[in-house]
Every structure is written in C-alpha cells, then in structure tokens.
Design a protein around this ligand. Structure first.
Ligand SMILES: Cc1cc2nc3c(=O)[nH]c(=O)nc-3n(C[C@H](O)[C@H](O)[C@H](O)COP(=O)(O)OP(=O)(O)OC[C@H]3O[C@@H](n4cnc5c(N)ncnc54)[C@H](O)[C@@H]3O)c2cc1C
Length: 504
C-alpha cells in the first residue's frame, strides 16, 4: 500500500517536514539600498536569478556566473531541435514538431506559491491553467485498471452507506444528539449519492454506462459500481487523494509556452546580463571578500573578485569544487546526497482525448509511475505526452540505471497497458535522467532520507563569512519546488544586507 509520504513524494511533491517558510519572503525585500558592494552569484537557476534581482534592488553590482549556456537550471524546457548530452556522454536530439515542448524539470505551480507567482505577475510572464488532476484518468496497478472517478466515488458511496448504517443502528462509539444525527444522515445521502433506502447502488459520478440521449427517455445510466472489496484491493487507491494535497491542486498554473519563460524573464530584467558558459572552478576568500575562479565557454581561466558571494550550486557539485569554506561547512556540503528522477516524453496524436481525458495524471505504478496528459494544446492534432515520471525514490534509481532504449520501451509499455494499442502511436521520445544531467546531477535532496541530515540545512543557512548559500534545496521545499528557491534566495540576501551597507 502506498503511504502518505510516498504519495507526496511520488510526483515531486515536497518534503514539507521542516516548517513552512516565513510568509514575508513571498514578497520582494524592501528595496532602495545604496550599497556599492560587488556581489557574485554562483548559478543562474531561480535562486541565483532572484538573489541577483534582490541584490540589484539593494544597489549592489552583481555578476551572475552560470555554467550552462542557458539560465534556469532545473527549470528547463525542451523543444524540437534541442540537443543535450548526459554525464555518460549520451546525446539526445529532441524530435518534437514545431510548437511542441516538454518541461523537463519544473512544470506546475500551485496557487499558494506566492513568491513565484508574484514575480511572474511582476515580470508580465503570461500564464495558463494546468489541469493537474482528472478523474477521467486511470488508476492502474497489479489489481487492474479503473477510472479514478470509479475508485473515488464508489468508495465514497460505500463509506457513506456504512456510516449511515452505523447511525441508524446507533453503533457509533460517540454520542451524537438527534439533530446532529439527522444532519449527518442527510449529508451522507448526498455525499455518497445513496439511494432512498440508504444503500449505495452506483452513481453517475463514477462514470456513465450510457450517456444521455436526444430525448427525455434516453436517461443517463451510471456504470455498475465495483464492490467495496474490489476497490480496496487496489494498492494504488490512495492516489485518489492526490489533488487533495495543497501542492497538487486539481487546477494549477504554468507559463504559456514553457516554464523556462520565467527564468528567461528574470534574467532579462537584470541590469547586468548573466555570464553563461562560466563554470566555477574554485571558491576562495580574498581579504574580507571573495575570489571566484571560473572557466569561460572557451575553457579559459577567469577570476571575479567581489565583496560577497551567493552560492546556489547543487551541493554535490559544490562538494567537488575547491573552496575556502570553514570545515563544518565543507563537511555539511559533502554529506548531501541527491535523489533521482526520470521523465520520458513522446510526441503523439492525442488518443487519450478519445478516452475523454483532458489533462491530469494516470497512476500506473511500477518504475514509470505516472502518465501525465498535456493541458496546453487541447484537441490539437499533435501533443506531448509525459509517458513516465518515476514515482518512488527506489523506482527512480532502478529506472535511471537502465539504458535509454529500455526506458523508452518501458514508458511505451506503460502507456500501452492503460491505453491498449496506443503505445505504437508514441513518436520522438526524449528521456530526461536528472541524475545524469551535468550541473544538476539529480533532481532534489530528500532531507531526513538517504543519510541527509536536516542539521545540514541549519548549518548552510547560517552562511560562512563572505559566503551565503541559497537554493530550493536549502528551503522547506527540499528542492522540489521553485517557491523554495525564491524564498531561500530572499533569505540569503536578507542575511547579506546588513554587511552590504558597510560597503559604500
Ligand atoms: C523533475 C523535476 C520536476 C520539478 N517539478 C517542479 C514543479 O512542477 N514546480 C516547481 O515549482 N518546481 C519543480 N521542480 C523544482 C524546481 O525546478 C527547483 O526547485 C528549482 O528550479 C531549483 O532552483 P535553484 O536555483 O535552487 O537550483 P538550480 O536550478 O539547480 O540552479 C543551480 C544552477 O547552478 C548552475 N551550476 C552548477 N554547477 C555550476 C558551476 N560549476 N559553475 C556555475 N554554475 C553552475 C546550474 O547550471 C544551475 O543553473 C522540479 C524539479 C525537477 C528536477
């Protein structure tokens, strides 16, 4: 059976065990500073870009060094013609038709991520709805395949019936007064769609055996209900609660045309352009300040001298860069272990729309986890289907260890299982193995798992002399959400602000 934690982590939901971030950091820091400090920011993911924006608002002169040829880090959108090479030297060229894309990393924004959404609004990045949950999609496991709406509403019907019976027989352990009993009975009848006899006989909420017709006689008929035992036998049943989670709302948001519109807009709004192709090779103290050594795209050594540095690099990458950090900082960085995650996407005609699915996810279990249906181009002749997004940490590791052609074959087979005959419709696969992406080496850190000690967070969030650390991995969001990167960046800059004011 899937526990709540697996449910949350299954799809990149957060490990929210470290306390919610302070509400005030969802808004920009007070601006108007007149500091003349020079600050170097390492990494142009969301944390680096937001830190640079906040520092510029303080008056600082900011240099952002980014190893990749693009900004955004784990916010990465792949389109036809893009090519990339993983750490094993395997190159993929994306074969999508023009206009199609897949968000390889971050893809969806919940409504309460006010830090990200505030910036998106401020920067004028157009957003569109993202349908994150559809009860027309499927729950599929070793016990069989059924629609999420059947699992949800049949279960609800039976539970309501059981509660009704207990009310009638007076077998509740708690005393309920007559008016509460009456009100509860009335509500349960509606909640479970019970018959006049208080029994559950099936509900059109679970699906229609025949749709309503043209004349009043052609009434809609509900699908026959499954038995309670049948529903309870599904190991994946808890996934009916997926969109009850605050982070996995049924309707979410996404920048139109790809998540990378957000980091691109952040970078475009900076006074000084991000230096891309700048791979940091050493992090040194120099006097009261810092000296950052890096290589440019041509491989030539460079150095940037600054008063302070904001460091947003993934910790296992940082661990491999020579530095002058204090010993406890070095030890904390070295202790961090990244998880893994894989996405496999294909271009296809939208055969799932014939199954009345528009957006949302089917939960398919196994190593491939889910099928995630697009919601950016409903009814367009070609769309991009995410056929696999590894669900559990163990599943992700096992899947990532397979050769690309096996990953593609397994993703295709998972689709074929739920949409028989359509595996063959899937074309132009692209596989994003996050554990093999240079300059990321993994999707996120699970604090409290894989030997990751949450005390590391405290240590790094204190900073170390002229160095402060930021990144979604240092927030309560554990690296799963851009909101963590925004909050962490603002927190890091707020740590720096008092010392910046001395540099005028
Ligand atoms: C598969 C997946 C799904 C996700 N889904 C969502 C989602 O739906 N919604 C959401 O909000 N978030 C999601 N996230 C999380 C979100 O993408 C991250 O939390 C966020 O983008 C992290 O930003 P960051 O700046 O902290 O780190 P990063 O984006 O990792 O930035 C670090 C930067 O440092 C650079 N760098 C590395 N080494 C060097 C070096 N030596 N020199 C210079 N630069 C270097 C990297 O290239 C990178 O640009 C997802 C992430 C993944 C991987």
């Amino acid at each position: 059976m899937i526990d709540r934690r697996s449910l949350l982590t299954a799809l990149g939901a957060a490990t929210v065990t470290l306390g919610l971030p302070a509400r005030s950091l969802a808004k920009p820091l007070p601006s108007g500073g007149t500091s003349r400090a020079r600050v170097v920011v390492l990494g142009a993911g969301i944390a680096g870009l937001v830190a640079a924006r906040e520092l510029e608002r303080q008056g600082a002169t900011v240099t952002v060094l980014e190893a990749r040829q693009r900004v955004g880090g784990r916010v990465w959108t792949v389109r036809g013609g893009d090519h990339f090479t993983d750490t094993e030297g395997v190159t993929q060229t994306v074969g999508f038709s023009p206009g199609l894309y897949q968000n390889a990393g971050a893809a969806r924004l919940p409504s309460h991520h006010e830090g990200v959404l505030g910036l998106i609004r401020e920067l004028g990045v157009p957003v569109e709805p993202l349908v994150n949950a559809s009860r027309s999609a499927f729950l599929s496991d070793e016990h069989g395949t059924l629609r999420l709406r059947e699992a949800s509403y049949d279960l609800r019907g039976y539970l309501s019936q059981l509660l009704q019976e207990a009310l009638r027989k007076g077998t509740f352990d708690v005393e309920l007064d007559a008016s509460t009993r009456q009100a509860l009975a009335k509500f349960l009848a509606v909640y479970g769609d019970l018959g006049a006899d208080g029994q559950f006989h099936g509900s059109p909420r679970a699906g229609l055996a025949s749709p309503p017709g043209a004349t009043p006689r052609d009434l809609q008929r509900a699908v026959a209900p499954r038995s309670l035992d049948d529903i309870l036998a599904h190991p994946a049943l808890p996934f009916i609660l997926f969109d009850d989670d605050i982070l996995m709302q049924a309707t979410m948001l996404a920048p139109r045309g790809g998540m990378d519109a957000f980091p691109k807009a952040l970078a475009a709004a900076l006074r000084r352009p991000v230096v891309t192709g700048a791979r940091v090779t050493a992090i040194r103290r120099e006097g009261e300040g810092v000296r950052i050594e890096w290589r440019n795209a041509a491989g030539q050594p460079q150095a940037t001298i600054a008063d302070r540095a904001v460091i947003t690099l993934p910790l296992p990458i940082l661990a491999g860069i020579p530095s002058d950090f204090a010993a406890p900082t070095t030890a904390a960085i070295a202790s961090a272990r990244l998880a893994d995650s894989v996405k496999v996407a294909f271009e296809s005609a939208p055969f799932w729309e014939a199954d009345q699915i528009y957006g949302g996810l089917s939960f398919v279990g196994g190593e491939t986890g889910v099928i995630w249906y697009p919601s950016d181009r409903f009814q367009a002749p070609r769309q991009v289907l995410l056929a696999a997004y590894t669900a559990t940490p163990a599943g992700a590791k096992a899947f990532a260890a397979r050769p690309l052609d096996q990953q593609v074959a397994l993703a295709r087979a998972a689709v074929d299982k739920v949409h028989p005959g359509h595996g063959a419709d899937l074309a132009n696969p692209v596989v994003i193995n996050w554990g093999k992406q240079p300059f990321s080496l993994g999707p996120w850190i699970e604090w409290g798992q894989d030997g990751n000690d949450p005390a590391t967070l405290d240590r790094l969030n204190q900073g170390d002399g002229p160095f402060v650390f930021a990144g979604s991995h240092l927030s309560a969001y554990s690296g799963h959400w851009q909101e963590g990167a925004v909050l962490s960046a603002r927190r890091a800059v707020s740590l720096l602000v008092p010392s910046l004011s001395h540099v005028r």
